[in-house]
Structures are given as structure tokens and as C-alpha cells.
Write a protein that binds this ligand. Sequence first.
Ligand SMILES: Nc1ncnc2c1ncn2[C@@H]1O[C@H](COP(=O)(O)OP(=O)(O)OP(=O)(O)O)[C@@H](O)[C@H]1O
Length: 310
Amino acid sequence: MTDIVIETRGLTKYFGDYCAVNNLDLSIRRGAIYGFLGPNGCGKSTTMRLLTGLLTPCAGEVRVLGNELPQQAEALRRKIGYMTQKFSLYDSLSVAENLQFVAKIYGLARRQSQQRIAQLLALYHLEDKQQVRAGALSGGQKQRLALAAATLHQPPLLLLDEPTSAVDPENRREFWERLFDLSDAGTTILVSTHYMDEAERCHGLAILELGQKRADASPQQLTRQLKARVFLLQGDNLRQVGKQLAPLPEVISSAQIGNTLRVLLAPGLAEPQQWLQQQLPGTALQRVEPNLEDVFVATTGVGYAKSAQN
Ligand SMILES: Nc1ncnc2c1ncn2[C@@H]1O[C@H](COP(=O)(O)OP(=O)(O)OP(=O)(O)O)[C@@H](O)[C@H]1O
């Protein structure tokens, strides 16, 4: 059996005249946690819906777990777990009732369903909440319940659309530990996010903008391959310095972080440090290693245009 679980070529989706997903090629291997990182409206959710078979592409080829979509969407449905952006379980049902309901949908036998639900309640620390209405749970508990429901039938592929957007850092960390357990057991996980710290945890990552893929590699490769140069500046009047630098075509971005200004320079400059020092005589500056946020800034928006120009 092939090790590639999700494969798309030229995947494209229009809503009317608007191209929400534009000629997307993906290749995601079994057991990977693969992230979609991108701004609001870049096409993350639409791509996920296309990969579940819920939406039909306008063009391109899609193969998920060996199923050609949209023709074999029905066969795929039982093999995936899908956690939508909005909590989609029943607020008025208890935690246990929600899981029993999902087990019925998947056609689990009563005994098997009881065992699996007990296992999930323990795994996701919901044992003492099983009689509580889902609507009364905290944000973190709701997400754990949603993950329990999405994994109830032990699917080999999980699609999680911004799963931790309403969750505090501790719960998010715990949630990701469970995702790594699932990945370790062979589950492939596709996760969309706005958060750099979540994106950094992924094995592989696509940065999306305007429905297009701007970059695709592991977070480590993306930072290593970045051609833009990053500098940290210290000194007085950093607000003023930032405003002076921002409009220059050689400057991809300047952003204040505490008492420093983080400046990204476009790749075309032969002597970037010298060039920057000439713009700002007397300002202390130091070259630093790029992080994932630098990659994001350089591959989207103004950064994308300036990187391409220079
Ligand atoms: N059913 C639809 N009809 C028309 N336009 C749509 C539909 N679904 C999505 N869109 C548009 O397609 C674009 C991509 O939307 P999508 O929800 O995939 O983005 P996203 O990256 O998931 O955004 P967010 O981070 O805000 O969830 C947006 O401009 C959106 O308005």
C-alpha cells in the first residue's frame, strides 16, 4: 500500500467567480501531522471540505486513502474523522449521550460502543463530566469531547479545522500531546491553524494565501531555506525607525518586539547588514536566525510581493 495518504494535483474550487482554492498540489504521508497555515479566508476550510468529499472540486485530481474524489466520497466517509471549526456536537445532550449518538451513527455494536466510550472518557479526562451537558463544558473540555467524537471509530485520517482556537495554552499543549499519540499510532492528521506555535509542531506545513500554496516543507526546512535576512535592532526611537524602514522596497517587514525591532530584508541585497547600517547610522543591529513567523511574513502579503521583486 502506498505511503501517501492524501494526494492532490491542480485542486481548484470556485465559488461563483471567486477562486477559493487555486491549483493546489498536496502530498501527505501516512502518520504525518500536516498543517495548513494561513490568514483568514485563504482557503484552509474549503480545502479540508474538498478532501472529505463534502465539496466537489471544479478542477484537479484528489485521492484520499486510496479513494478517488468525488466519485468515491461515500467509501471515504467512514475512514475519516472531521472536527469542524465550530463545535458541532449537541449542547443539550450530555457528554456521554453525545458519544453514544456518534457511536450509533458509525454503527458500533452496543458492547463495543460502551468499551470505546469508556476508553475515550478516560483518555480525554472527561470521566467526571460524562453526565454534564456539552453546552456547559469549558472551551478545552469541548475540544477534547470533539476530538473524542472524531476518533471514536478509530479513523486512519483526522481533519481538524482550527481545533484549538478557543483553548488556553495549557489545554492546547495537552491537546497536541494527544495528537502526537495518535500520529505515533499511525493516524494521519491534517490541521489548520492561525498560530505559529501550533504550526511549528507539525511535521509538514503548507502556507496558504488566496487559495494558493506559498510554501510547503517541514517548519525546520522552511526556516533554513528562507532567503530573506533577519536583523534585530536596538536603540532609541524604534517606532520612528520602523516607520522609516517599512516603505523601502528592500524591507519586507519591520515589527517591534519588546525593546527590539525585528527587520526582514529582501533576498536581493549583496551586503544586507552593511545596507541596513547605512540606513540607520548609530543603531545597534545584529543578524539573527529566522523563525517560522519570519517565513510566514516573507511568503504572504506584501512580503510575498517584495520577496518576488527583489
Ligand atoms: N460556500 C461558500 N460560498 C461562497 N464563498 C465561500 C464559501 N465558502 C468559503 N467561501 C469563500 O472562500 C474563501 C476561503 O474560505 P475558507 O473558509 O476556506 O477560508 P479559511 O482559510 O478557512 O478562513 P478562516 O481562517 O477564516 O476560517 C473566503 O473568501 C470565503 O468567503
